[in-house]
Design a protein around this ligand. Structure first.
Ligand code: FAD
Length: 299
């Protein structure tokens, strides 16, 4: 990390909300569900389906986790009432995974059933490596019961190819990401090229086992390699889509959309935008670099 980034990182916690808010709001729809629905409507108008995420993680009590479930139910209902093509995506520790897998599984189950009744989908997100085993366990238990659930896998982790091989047979929907959490070298690729190569290989493995793959990346070089693979395997848009983060590299979305590739936009919202943004920036300084460049108009 450069000296400027180190300085920004030190100063960020002291930055008052009126200054921080406009920086964060490029990447966050707002604090309220209505703002997220308005953003999803705007995106739908130009041809982008969406994903709705309520900001937050690491709840401290089962009651708090149950309140998160209520918020997600409301979000899924709001999407349905607005007639939008958007689904919900939930971090395991927001549903209390660190307090117990059973608690998280119970809440995912209730949300999956609710989404199924609405004809909608639910994605289980992936957090740092200390949660991977429990998250895979929760997902496999859900998948045995529901067909409207999907998972996230991280190419950064060395274990991911083995995790794919170990998933039970049957229909599978995976969002493939590089992984936002910086992980120790003993268990993860740490350099950009190996992370990219691993991404490409995991996508190939997923396609070969018949999975639907959400290609969640803004890396156009990697996307080019994956699209060449899509062509080589003769796959249609019933097998893949791109997924992008709100506010990140919009010209790339347009390029993909105009070439006929579906591009689904991840729309986070919620009152916890500030701790979420700070934690993200502190955990992975690469994101800080992107934000500084984007804010200065260099991206
Ligand atoms: P990079 O090489 O990091 O980025 C490519 C280019 O995109 C950069 O040069 C930069 O210009 C731009 N860019 C990337 N990120 C940002 C940013 N935040 N702000 C500004 N510019 C940026 N990770 C998980 O670990 N678990 C998850 O559940 C998860 N879900 C995700 C869902 C979606 C829809 C997306 C798009 C990402 C998700 N991620 C998740 C994050 C992912 O792991 C990466 O950290 C992130 O996508 C950046 O990697 P990249 O593939 O875009 O490549």
């Amino acid at each position: 990390m450069g000296a400027f980034e180190q300085l920004v990182l030190k100063v960020l916690p002291l930055v008052p909300n009126p200054v921080m808010r406009p920086l964060a709001m490029r990447y966050v729809a707002g604090e309220r569900l209505e703002q997220a629905l308005a953003k999803l409507r705007e995106l739908a108008f130009v041809g982008h389906p969406g994903i709705i995420d309520i900001l937050g993680e690491d709840v401290e009590s089962a009651d708090q986790a149950r309140r998160v479930l209520d918020e997600y139910r409301r979000a899924a209902d709001g999407v349905r009432e607005a007639g939008l093509d958007a689904y919900v995506s939930v971090k395991p520790t927001h549903f209390g995974l660190r307090l117990g897998s059973d608690l998280a599984l119970g809440l995912y189950r209730q949300l999956a059933a609710h989404c199924r009744d609405l004809g909608n989908f639910l994605r289980v997100e992936m957090e740092d490596h200390t949660t991977t085993d429990a998250t895979l366990g929760v997902f496999e238990a859900l998948r045995a019961e529901f067909d409207n659930v999907g998972l996230v896998l991280q190419s950064r982790l060395l274990r991911t190819p083995a995790d794919i091989a170990a998933l039970a047979p049957g229909p599978l929907s995976v969002r493939m990401v590089k992984g936002i959490y910086l992980e120790p070298a003993a268990i993860a690729h740490t350099e950009p090229e190996p992370i990219r190569d691993a991404y490409f290989e995991t996508v190939r493995a997923l396609f070969e086992r018949g999975a639907y793959v959400s290609l969640a990346t803004h890396d156009e070089v990697l996307a080019g390699r994956v699209l060449a693979l899509v062509e080589e395997l003769g796959l249609g848009t019933d097998r893949y889509e791109f997924q992008v983060l709100l506010g990140v590299r919009e010209p790339l979305w347009a390029q993909w959309r105009e070439a006929g590739h579906p591009v689904r936009v991840y729309v986070p919202f919620g009152p916890e935008w500030r701790p979420y943004s700070l934690r993200r920036l502190t955990r992975n300084p690469q994101i800080l670099r992107h934000v500084i460049r984007a804010t200065l108009g260099l991206d």
